[in-house]
Design a protein around this ligand. Structure first.
Ligand SMILES: NC(=O)c1ccc[n+]([C@@H]2O[C@H](COP(=O)([O-])OP(=O)(O)OC[C@H]3O[C@@H](n4cnc5c(N)ncnc54)[C@H](O)[C@@H]3O)[C@@H](O)[C@H]2O)c1
Length: 294
């Protein structure tokens, strides 16, 4: 038995990365999935590989009508909508605030944030009528902390997190849960795209990104699209029916704080500055003194 048996799911940005891994896992777990993207070749190939429970349709999330059409297609083909996964995204305009193009800001907000609003807006009436549903959006740790992404990307992700909370407050009475996922560093093509590479090169760059990302968090490996797909599976499934309005952080501990090693290094540097040669011995003595205070 699959965790999503009988459930109908719509996923945006399903051709590559996190979306692709989610389409695969959701179908494996028994769901019927309609997914959209602007990378038609990749999307069509994935649908063909997965068989009749995966349908691909071109859907640019900049266009309200195309998001609505994707949802309508799911209802038309499979009769209902249990989960809307607003996942499509791209790196956004970047750089210093005084050099950020305003038109680029508008496009970035359209793709990263307005699309999530539209996904929620058009999923809600169907889910209300059903009296059930799970809306999931891909936010980011960048929406919770500074220094994890550019200004506009981070602000868009913070907006997703807050919209998730406010909409969850409205839709709860219809048994609709609204959550988002805040991934940390996940090795996908998005990093290569952020450096200006085309899709093919960005896909290849994933291996390098994996190496770079592996040392950033206490869990000593890079995040993988499957890590986020598994979190989304849980939020879409019956195992999380009391979870709503929640930004689920999946980051290997990245935003937990500074790593233990960095902390130790700092104490060692300070100790050296004070002429303390053996910090370990010093620490042992301090611990013993404190213990004697009991
Ligand atoms: N990779 C990470 O480290 C990371 C971290 C936090 C959040 N995220 C978020 O995860 C989501 C998925 O990104 P990913 O890392 O899998 O990258 P990705 O580039 O592999 O996948 C993004 C997908 O969205 C699609 N897309 C882009 N613009 C679109 C549009 N206008 N309409 C429809 N589809 C569009 C792309 O074609 C692509 O298939 C994004 O929202 C991203 O911001 C990623």
């Amino acid at each position: 038995m699959g965790k999503l048996d009988g459930k109908v799911v719509v996923i945006t940005g399903g051709s590559s990365g996190i979306g692709n891994a989610s389409v695969r896992l959701f179908v494996e777990e028994g769901a019927q999935v309609v997914f959209g993207d602007i990378q038609d070749e990749l999307g069509e190939a994935l649908a063909e590989e997965l068989g009749p429970n995966a349908i691909y349709s071109h859907a640019n999330v900049r266009n309200e009508s195309e998001i609505k059409a994707l949802i309508d297609l799911a209802v038309e083909k499979f009769g209902r909508l249990d989960c809307m996964f607003n996942n499509a995204g791209f790196p956004c305009v970047g750089g210093p605030i005084d050099e950020t193009p305003t038109d680029g800001f508008d496009v970035s907000m359209e793709i990263q944030f307005r699309s999530v609003f539209l996904g929620m807006k058009h999923a809600a009436p169907i889910m209300k009528q059903q009296g059930s549903g799970s809306i999931i959006s891909t936010a980011s740790v960048a929406g919770l902390r500074t220094g994890m992404g550019g200004h506009v990307y981070s602000a868009a992700k913070a907006a997703i997190i807050h919209l998730t909370r406010t909409v969850a407050m409205e839709l709860g009475e219809f048994n609709i849960r609204v959550n988002c996922i805040c991934p940390g560093g996940i090795a996908t093509a998005i990093f290569g795209k952020g450096l200006g590479l085309d899709q093919v090169k960005a896909e290849r760059f994933k291996e390098l990104a994996k190496m770079f990302l592996s040392g950033l968090q206490p869990i000593n490996r890079s995040g993988l699209p499957e890590d986020i797909a598994k979190a989304a599976l849980w939020l879409a499934s019956e195992e999380s029916t009391f979870v709503s309005g929640h930004p689920l952080v999946v980051d290997g501990g990245l935003i937990g704080g500074r790593m233990w090693g960095q902390n130790t290094e700092q104490w060692e540097t300070m100790a050296k500055g004070l002429g303390i040669e053996d910090l370990e011995e010093n620490r042992r003595k301090i611990n013993e003194e404190i213990a004697r205070m009991k």
